[in-house]
Design a protein around this ligand. Structure first.
Ligand code: GH3
Ligand code: MG
Ligand code: MG
Length: 356
């Protein structure tokens, strides 16, 4: 729907918020060749395993002792499957295993112990260290193949669970139209920042903004055009805030932004910048270009005042209401009146009131 002039680059899906989403490792979604770590101090055994696994189409990472294996397993791109020799210098296979399980990282690492020990007690000890399976040296190729297949099935299943969980989390916390935080998530973010501000005695800036005459856009260009305008407004806002600020869709065409570390004056300055960023370039619809404006209510939680989220939002809402009353496309600020400066009218540079 947007012309090329406005859409300079795609909005970064999760940059709009102060917190990053965790996604499963990329290979999970489109596995070409699964990576397996081999850790063995015997050169011959390493080469044999390496050649066998590559022949079966796996990608291979190699460690010559337990410490090296542990290093590799802690990397961001750690192989999801590890074949660890039992006896190795530095750390034994079961010791590495124990550390991996203690760390309990996601995604899961499937561990197969490779051992020449065949006593039942040894094997029980190995499994108790957190190994998923074991194979006795010298290994039988067919046996290794089927055991690895069982391992990769489990790894795949876990990856599916992780991405399903991620999708659910996304659904529960994000607004589906704009991809910003939804109402309850942005309120959570506000609550979190207020608690932190209280602990660290730092201010928190809060802005509530509402698009001006948005109903007119729907009535003139239709609901789909209205949706596109909302998405573009969200994109522009998200491009204008810092990574640690939080931005959410508070209601229909209302947005709430939380600015950690900002007092009322900084919040006003931020709001003024956002106001300009939002309306400085027209938004291009297929048939026309419209200039969108918004009204802003700013406030701040200052150390030593009643800074509940309800109070702050009510104050930001009052300031926003005043911005609307005074002509729209402007910033108004209100702070706690108990001993502090009372409601102050600020900035506000009325441009064209209604969208063109
Ligand atoms: P004001 O300047 O006083 O804020 O006027 P306004 O027209 O923006 O405010 P009003 O509350 O009268 O109308 C808001 C409109 O926003 C009405 C509603 O249909 C529309 N709206 C809310 N959510 C969505 C949405 O998700 N998509 C679209 N297209 N429109 C929406
Ligand atoms: Mg409005
Ligand atoms: Mg509204």
């Amino acid at each position: 729907m947007w012309g090329r002039r406005v859409r300079k680059k795609e909005p970064p899906a999760d940059r709009v918020v102060g917190e990053r989403c965790v996604t499963p490792h990329q290979w999970r979604g489109k596995r070409k060749s699964l990576k397996i770590l081999i850790a063995d101090d015997s050169l011959v055994s390493r080469h044999l395993l390496d050649a066998t696994l590559r022949k079966w189409g796996y990608d291979v990472a190699v460690a010559r002792d337990g410490s090296e294996a542990w290093d590799i397993l802690q990397r961001d791109d750690a192989p999801p499957v590890a074949i660890l020799d039992w006896m190795m210098p530095g750390m034994t296979g079961p010791e590495v295993c124990r550390l991996v399980r203690q760390q309990a990282r996601e995604p899961y690492t499937y561990i197969l112990l490779l051992t020449s020990k065949s006593l039942k007690e040894d094997l029980i000890e190995g499994m108790e260290s957190g190994a998923d399976d074991y194979i006795i040296k010298p290994f039988d190729q067919h046996e290794l193949k089927v055991r690895l297949r069982a391992g990769t099935r489990l790894v795949d299943l876990q990856a599916e669970l992780l991405s399903a969980r991620e999708a659910l989390r996304e659904q529960a916390t994000k607004d589906s139209l704009t991809r910003l935080w939804n109402r309850s998530s942005i309120l959570d973010a506000l609550q979190r920042e207020l608690s932190r501000g209280q602990r660290e005695r730092t201010p928190i800036g809060v802005i509530l903004l509402d698009l001006d005459h948005f109903k007119l856009i729907n009535d003139t260009y239709g609901h789909f055009a209205g949706d596109a305008v909302l998405r573009e407004a969200a994109r522009r806002l998200s491009m204008s805030i810092r990574p640690y600020d939080s931005l959410g869709r508070y209601g229909g065409e209302e947005f709430l932004i939380v600015f950690p570390g900002c007092d009322e004056n900084t919040a006003v300055a931020q709001a003024e910048r956002l106001r300009v960023d939002l309306c400085s370039e027209p938004m291009l619809l297929t048939e026309t270009a419209i200039t969108l404006t918004a009204s802003f209510g700013a406030t701040a939680a200052l150390p030593g005042y009643d800074n509940s989220s309800e109070v702050l939002i009510r104050r930001a809402d009052e300031a926003l209401y005043r911005a609307k009353r005074l002509g729209r496309n402007r910033v108004e600020m209100l702070i706690d009146q108990s001993g502090a400066p009372s409601g102050t009218s600020l900035l506000g540079t009325p441009l064209a009131d209604a969208p063109a």
